[in-house]
Design a protein around this ligand. Structure first.
Ligand code: GUN
Ligand code: FE
Length: 447
């Protein structure tokens, strides 16, 4: 049995009592075997000195597009529909095998380096297989799937799918990747948003997800222009429509949910739909400020995601936590979205969205060993005396304070050195990849 012990650390458990304990954390293979009690180092291969360090559950980001990491900086200062039509769709249509792989690796490198251990991801129409390959090699935990788009105007030809093909390719990927590495990878169906999907596609996704017991990951009610298109074409508001066709259920993860009326919030609550809040993306794409305090007040499960690199432009949970907290305060007052609430969204909330609250999201015996070790000994997080640890993490710490990341009991970053990828190669290849991709871009056809 492979054993790792982290000695003499401050451990932020995020268990039901929100306990913070001081002591050792023992990992046996892929799971946590002890929290807080003293562990004898005898017979343990790997001892990590945790003195003065803070151990937290790895962050769970519930809305990511690894396929867009290569497009960081290529699509600034646009609103959603222009951002998609003018920039993101043509760029996604220009992907090939190697650009998909390096885009995923670039994103995962950033995620692991900033303490994110699980993602709910959405790939592009083609080459998702190469993103799955990167996910497999990197060791990150992921729910992912190819995006599905069988409808829409001004969509590059290479992204236009027919319904049958889109469903078949999704099932092919599911059969190859779902439950890979003892469930570290799961397939999730990813219809892009109602604007890009026929009703036939959406109802088939509903049935396939029920049959295979997988999640459905999509965008909804992100932007006013988007919800107008949905209302015009389907005669209903976005969430009302999703409920009308039977998609609103506990396995549905909706990114954004900025523009909801009371009826839609009630549907989300009543059906147990999960909301992925993306404050960085919602601000940068000028989408709006989601009414998260209302939803939390209704006991809706809300989690956090950075979305894609070109609408953020980082995949940094520290940034999302800070934004999630501060953007509500001018309207809802200083106590709205306190540090503890936001940290819960970033950890156990994300685990609930993924349906993995029994496995991840807190540091408890029997759960998977997914965690980050923080070094909070620097000017920007001092003084530490008398300061609540969660406050330090949410309001003062940065991703540079993440020293070591462990996923599924495997050290994927140690003392800031990535163990499952060669950073120099990934940086170099990502530059080469986007250079080649941008050369293909002008050849993109629309009909
Ligand atoms: N809505 C449909 N596609 C996308 C996407 O790629 N990113 C965001 N933020 N919203 C979308
Ligand atoms: Fe998105």
């Amino acid at each position: 049995m492979k054993k790792i012990v982290i000695k003499n650390a401050e451990i932020v458990t995020m268990n039901n009592l929100n306990e913070i304990v001081h002591g050792d954390l023992l990992i046996e293979n892929d799971r946590i075997a002890a929290v807080g009690r003293q562990i004898n180092e005898h017979g343990i291969e790997k001892v990590i000195d945790g003195k003065g360090k803070t151990v937290i559950p790895g962050f769970v980001q519930t809305h990511i597009h690894l396929c867009q990491s290569l497009f960081r900086g290529q699509a600034d200062d646009l609103e959603l529909m222009d951002w998609l039509k003018k920039k993101i769709w043509p760029l996604e249509a220009s992907h090939d095998e190697e650009s998909s792989y390096y885009s995923a690796m670039l994103g995962i490198g950033e995620l692991i380096q900033s303490g994110t251990t699980t993602i709910i991801d959405m790939e592009t129409v083609h080459y998702a297989d190469f993103a799955f390959q990167a996910i497999a090699e990197s060791g990150i935990r992921a729910l992912s799937g190819k995006v599905m788009m069988d409808k829409g105007k001004e969509v590059p030809k290479l992204l236009q799918e027919n319904t049958e093909q889109s469903l078949q390719e999704s099932v092919n990927l599911l059969e190859k990747w779902h439950d890979y590495d003892s469930g570290r990878i799961q397939y999730a169906f990813c219809p892009r948003f109602v604007v890009s999907c026929t009703e036939e596609l959406l109802t088939n996704v509903r049935d396939l997800a029920a049959y295979y017991r997988t999640k459905i990951h999509t965008h909804a009610a992100e932007n006013r222009g988007e919800i107008e298109i949905v209302e015009r074409e389907r005669g209903m508001r976005n969430i009302v429509y999703l409920d009308h066709i039977g998609l609103a259920n506990p396995n549905l993860i909706l990114a954004h949910c900025v523009w909801l009326n009371d009826e839609e919030k009630e549907i989300i609550k009543a059906r147990g739909v999960k909301v992925s809040h993306c404050p960085g993306s919602n601000l940068k794409l000028a989408s709006g400020v989601a009414e998260i305090p209302d939803m939390l007040g209704m006991d809706v499960i809300v989690s956090l995601g950075a979305d894609g690199a070109p609408c953020n432009n980082n995949l940094d949970m520290f940034n999302e936590m800070r934004l999630a907290a501060v953007i509500q305060k001018p309207v809802h007052g200083p106590t709205a979205m306190n540090a503890k609430t936001v940290f819960q969204m970033a950890t156990i909330g994300g685990a609930k969205a993924a349906g993995l609250e029994g496995e991840i999201g807190s540091l408890e015996v029997g759960k998977k060993a997914d965690l980050a070790i923080l070094n909070l000994n620097d000017f920007h997080v001092y003084p530490s005396f008398g300061v609540d640890t969660i406050s330090r993490i949410v309001y003062s710490a940065t991703r540079a304070d993440v020293e070591t990341t462990i996923i599924n009991g495997k050290i994927v970053m140690e003392n800031r050195n990535l163990k499952t990828m060669d950073k120099g190669i990934i940086l170099k290849e990502s530059n080469q990849s986007i250079k080649r991709l941008l050369k293909r871009l002008p050849t993109i056809q629309y009909r």
